[in-house]
Ligand binder design. Structure first.
Ligand SMILES: *Cc1c(COP(=O)(O)O)cnc(C)c1O
Length: 365
């Protein structure tokens, strides 16, 4: 049972919130994921009872039994989205309904209970409202929202847990690129893959990130910012960057991105880019892209631009691709025109500076 469609949230304001002067100092240079607001949301789940005890309370450590199932078998999922200020002083989120739907798809894959969409959206509204003073006011700052859920049952047997905890925490973040958008270099991992058919690649689960850390370290050793993963079967086709989806832009103005066959995460930014590009009359193919096609296309000029996309950085140009076989750059290795135009269009819609043709902007306050 899912329960709790009309769950009421009990609000217990933090009795000792951070003072105005200290908060202003923290917001001046928040970085990413370093500082947190005064509150958190918690909702509990038990088999037979459904979701219950929805609360907004002071952010604090969560007591955890050492036998909590998540600590052993990693039954955990999360989401990430932003709340930000609109030109009229209001506050909005971008496509939170899509995050709610994906959260439940991840839950299903990890044998966790679905959370009613209403409860997911309401939890975001509640934390935004109570912590609205933590939303950075700058052009590109935002309040990063992190909803997540994990198996809290105290039990070491291997089976889906019977108890879960859902939480939302919030972290003010500055502009992703402080010195302007800068192309990233990526490392083609020769050894590691991210996801195989039938695996958990399409679920937003912490385990996928844990499994990517060695590859990320290898990328850093080779002087690269990020890893690009190849498919696990043929080691030939591009999957994704492990936290961002990938697009190529061709000389005829069309775009291509790997298809959603279960090994890549269905990014909401990816979906938004596809819709915006198609609306502008561009052809967008969702099809396998081999590393060879990318390399040869970069050499012949057929591939004009490449970019990665995801909520945190929105759209990031990819400059250099390095592997054991050597390296190549896309065009001059800079930020492509189509890439930067798509980025501006998307950010302008998000920020309420441009028309919102798909009703993506969800006003909260
Ligand atoms: C979250 C995530 C993305 C990007 O998804 P968005 O919805 O665009 O933020 C891409 N790849 C992975 C592995 C992710 O976890």
């Amino acid at each position: 049972m899912s329960g709790g469609d009309n769950l009421e949230f009990e609000i217990r304001p933090n009795p000792a919130p951070v003072g105005d002067a200290e908060r202003a100092a923290l917001l001046a240079n928040p970085g990413f994921g370093r500082i947190f607001t005064d509150h958190m949301v918690t909702v509990r789940y038990a088999d037979g009872k459904g979701w219950y005890d929805a609360r907004v309370e002071a952010r604090a450590p969560i007591p955890m039994d050492p036998a909590s199932a998540v600590l052993h078998y990693a039954q955990e999922i999360f989401e990430g989205l932003k709340a930000y200020t609109l030109p009229d002083g209001g506050v909005a989120m971008f496509r939170p309904d899509a995050n709610a739907a994906r959260f439940n798809q991840s839950a299903e894959r990890m044998a966790m209970p679905a959370l009613p969409v209403e409860t997911f959206l309401r939890s975001l509204h509640e934390i935004i409202e109570i912590d609205r003073g933590w939303i950075p006011q700058g052009e590109e700052g935002s309040l990063y929202l992190r909803p997540f859920a994990y198996a809290s049952e105290v039990f070491l047997g291997v089976r889906p847990a019977t108890e879960y905890l859902y939480l939302v925490i919030a972290s003010p973040v500055g502009p992703y690129f402080s010195g302007g958008v800068k192309p990233v270099s990526i490392w083609v991992s020769p050894d590691y893959t991210r996801a195989a058919p039938g695996g958990t690649g399409a679920a937003k689960c912490g385990g996928n990130y844990a499994a990517g850390l060695s590859a990320q370290a290898e990328a850093a050793e080779h002087g690269c910012d990020q890893v690009v993963y190849l498919d696990a079967v043929e080691r030939k086709y591009i999957d994704e960057l492990g936290g961002m989806n990938v697009f190529l832009v061709f000389d005829d103005g069309s775009l291509a991105t790997p298809p959603l066959t279960g090994t890549i995460l269905p990014g909401i930014t990816r979906d938004s880019v596809i819709k915006l590009a198609r609306r502008a009359g561009r052809r967008v193919e969702e099809r396998p892209i081999s590393l060879d096609e990318w390399r040869e296309g970069a050499a012949s000029g057929r591939v004009r631009e490449a970019f990665a996309c995801g909520t945190a950085a929105v759209i990031t140009p990819i400059g250099t691709i390095r592997s054991l076989d050597g390296e190549f750059t896309v065009a001059d290795g800079g930020s492509g025109e189509v890439t930067m135009a798509l980025r501006k269009e998307l950010v302008d819609i998000q920020r309420g500076r441009a028309e919102d043709p798909f009703s993506w902007v969800h006003r909260v306050l």
